[in-house]
Design a binder for this molecule. Sequence first.
Ligand code: GDP
Length: 179
Amino acid sequence: MSDPIVAIIGRPNVGKSSLFNRILRRRHAIVSEMAGTTRDRLMATAEWEGHRFILLDTGGLESNPEGSIREKVQEQAEMAMGDADVILLLTDVNEGVTASDQLAAERLRRTNKPVVLVVNKVDNESREFAANEFHRLGMTDTLPVSAYHNFGVHDLMDRLVSLLPSTIPYEEDWEDNEG
Ligand code: GDP
């Protein structure tokens, strides 16, 4: 069975690539070359507590570079709904809730795939308070993080692996199932 896919979507500059790198630099992260695809810098195999998954930063996979930010985020959402098993919608606490965030949240509400709304740049307590504003996007799963300061990333990873379709840590897979 192939590894489940976790897609990070969100506007430019919310911190998608920072979160991507933060997750991959964690203990036990396995970065693999995905040679022969155009996505090699945007996909990597990550691992958390024995659960392996493919992390996808959709931000750089634009087929419509001239499009507006709203269009790009919508395109990322469509791609994630097609390809991913779990979707992380990343937002920026400093910018607050934007029209693009709202549109993406609306679109993602219509998928039955698990979606986590991740509020990034929550670098201190006052920003944690500000992050409450994002509850109005109506996502059951909303988590504050700071990709930069590594705040909340542990909780996010725990949440994420609980949503992965495969619940068997790969270390415990049967090595020999013929006996
Ligand atoms: P992307 O365009 O969504 O991939 O965003 P980047 O990862 O390139 O980040 C955009 C900017 O936000 C960069 O200057 C990052 O250093 C900054 N950034 C990312 N995460 C955080 C964070 O947790 N706190 C703060 N204060 N800045 C951050």
